[in-house]
Design a protein around this ligand. Structure first.
Ligand code: C2E
Ligand code: MG
Ligand code: MG
Ligand code: MG
Length: 284
């Protein structure tokens, strides 16, 4: 009897795996079609100087304009993209689109930086430093207006290769930030190993900052640590003024979150943020 049961559950397990594999393959071919049809779009979320709310940057965040489902969030498809043959193609599209946008904004007189999220494949195959150099060359973008965000999963393998790539990218004048800081297993050891220009405190520590004294302690010490290491610190997930004020009181320089602005299409970002920045610049 025990044998029968075991065989039964084995079959159920196999079916579940087969179903999941089918779902993944369907999504993969949908994503390939989406790339052919130009259904991907970059949204931009403002990053501000917390003391005065002045615009300093924009994070480029990918969206899939699905013909039936509307805008699909990256959480739903980037994990599949990043482990499929499409990875390099989409990563390249993201880099080129964001860099061209950044250059267009630079030409309009803005000094807004644009931050791009790197995909694992970009550091583990090909020569990212060379691609970035070529991109700067072809667009004419000032290097300090480009930022790359990396997460811990990207840093896990191939330490020597990543280290070399980072150094060469930074020599170009492009900054590298550690994204989702504090959520991984070994965030601190990466700060020691890799040359980084800054870190972004993950929103899971920021969302509840005012109510949760543990979060406040973690965020406060992360800010202190960043300063001691000479790193820029950006807080993610700021949803209200009180949180922004508290972060300022702890010495945090820059932030990003729904309180300042949600990710939005480039055109909306221009009317809502760039126009004001350019007016402030010309008034000064
Ligand atoms: P991330 O790089 O940590 O991006 C920040 C995420 O937090 C974004 O989610 C943003 O919409 C969200 N967020 C910003 N402010 C707030 C807030 O005040 N409250 C809350 N609750 N959330 C906020 P999104 O756009 O869904 O992106 C999710 C993740 O997908 C990103 O996390 C990033 O890891 C990845 N991703 C997005 N675009 C790209 C891309 O072009 N390439 C790659 N490789 N990954 C991307
Ligand atoms: Mg990011
Ligand atoms: Mg993040
Ligand atoms: Mg994240």
């Amino acid at each position: 009897k025990a044998k029968l049961t075991r065989r039964g559950s084995h079959v159920i397990f196999e079916n579940a795996i087969r179903q999941e594999l089918e779902n993944r393959l369907t999504l993969e071919s949908e994503l390939a079609l989406a790339a052919d049809r130009g259904e991907f779009e970059l949204f931009y979320q403002p990053q501000v100087r917390l003391v005065d709310g002045g615009l300093v940057g924009a994070e480029a965040l990918i969206r899939w304009r699905h013909p039936l489902r509307g805008h699909v969030s990256p959480g739903e498809f980037m994990p599949v993209v990043n482990t499929s043959a499409l990875s390099e193609r989409i990563a390249t599209w993201v880099m080129e689109t964001a860099a061209r946008q950044a250059r267009a904004w630079e030409l309009s007189g803005s000094s807004v930086r644009v931050a791009i999220n790197l995909s694992p494949s970009q550091l583990h195959s090909g020569d990212l430093a060379h691609s970035v150099a070529t991109l700067l060359d072809t667009t004419g973008l000032t290097p300090s207006l480009l930022e790359l965000e990396v997460t811990e999963d990207i840093l896990l393998h191939d330490e020597a290769r990543v280290l070399d790539m980072f150094k060469r990218i930074q020599q170009l004048g492009v900054r590298i930030l550690f994204d989702d800081f504090g959520t991984g297993y070994a965030s601190l050891s990466y700060l020691k190993k890799f040359p980084l220009d800054g870190l972004k405190i993950d929103r899971s520590f920021v969302l509840d900052l005012l109510a949760d004294s543990d979060d406040a302690a973690i965020v406060g010490s992360t800010i202190g640590l960043s300063k001691q290491l000479g790193l820029t610190v950006v807080a993610e997930g700021i949803e209200n003024r009180a949180t922004a004020d508290f972060l300022v009181s702890m010495g945090c320089e820059e932030g990003q979150g729904y309180f300042f602005g949600r990710p939005m299409p480039a055109a909306a970002f221009e009317t809502q943020f760039l126009t004001a920045e350019l007016e402030a610049v010309s008034a000064a």
